[in-house]
Design a protein around this ligand. Structure first.
Ligand code: AR6
Length: 173
């Protein structure tokens, strides 16, 4: 708990977070289906998602856009394009922008809970420890500006990812 905002790290699948108002997609610039998180989200949400996203594409690294959740249990999906590590530079600032812009969108429609995957740490090659530090700093730096979002959940796919993000967020359990 930091002020009125709870930040937690859990191991799981981003498409299975039924108690959250929104989940974040580790998207591609075209907002199409893909591998990893984007594939899982598009499969679970259904083909309406690609259609709804088309007019908002392309997006640039660090940007975020929002769509309905369609077949997902969440009201909204926030699509972030993470940086390709060391290609989209400065990678740390672009990764931090993903989290800031996603939370700004969530606030703009008064959502109270948002789940994030570990953006850029899969196909985009961001080293896990570095991504975890940037992510924790980015989230900690905006917490005091949030007035609607009261729960931020990092959803990590593997146990190792969970341990690394817990350490970066200084959550001991
Ligand atoms: N739930 C939670 N985390 C997951 C899931 C899931 N269902 N599936 C994978 N992860 P990635 P990126 C983890 O590659 O690096 C796509 O093809 C995964 O283990 O999904 O931002 C898009 O189309 C890793 O730790 O996202 C883009 O082209 C993390 O989520 C590109 O990949 C992010 O992996 C985006 O690459």
């Amino acid at each position: 708990m930091e002020g009125n905002v709870k930040v937690e790290c859990t191991q799981g699948d981003i498409t299975q977070q039924a108690d959250l108002d929104a989940v974040v997609n580790a998207a591609n610039a075209e907002l199409r289906t893909g591998g990893g998180v984007a594939g899982a989200i598009h499969r679970a949400a259904g083909p309406e998602l690609e259609e709804a996203c088309r007019p908002m594409a392309p997006i640039k690294p660090g940007e975020a856009v929002m769509s309905p959740g369609f077949g997902l249990p969440n009201k909204k999906i926030i699509h972030c394009l993470g940086p390709v590590y060391n290609i989209d530079k400065p990678s740390d600032q672009l990764l931090a922008s993903c989290y800031w812009n996603a939370l700004k969108l969530a606030e703009s429609v008064r959502l109270s809970s948002v789940g994030f995957p570990a953006i850029s740490t899969g196909a985009f090659g961001y080293p896990l420890e570095e991504a975890a530090e940037v992510t924790a700093d980015a989230i900690h730096s905006v917490i005091s500006d949030l007035s609607h979002v009261a729960l931020i959940r990092m959803v990590l796919f593997s146990d190792r990812d969970l341990q690394v993000y817990r350490k970066a967020f200084r959550i001991n359990r």
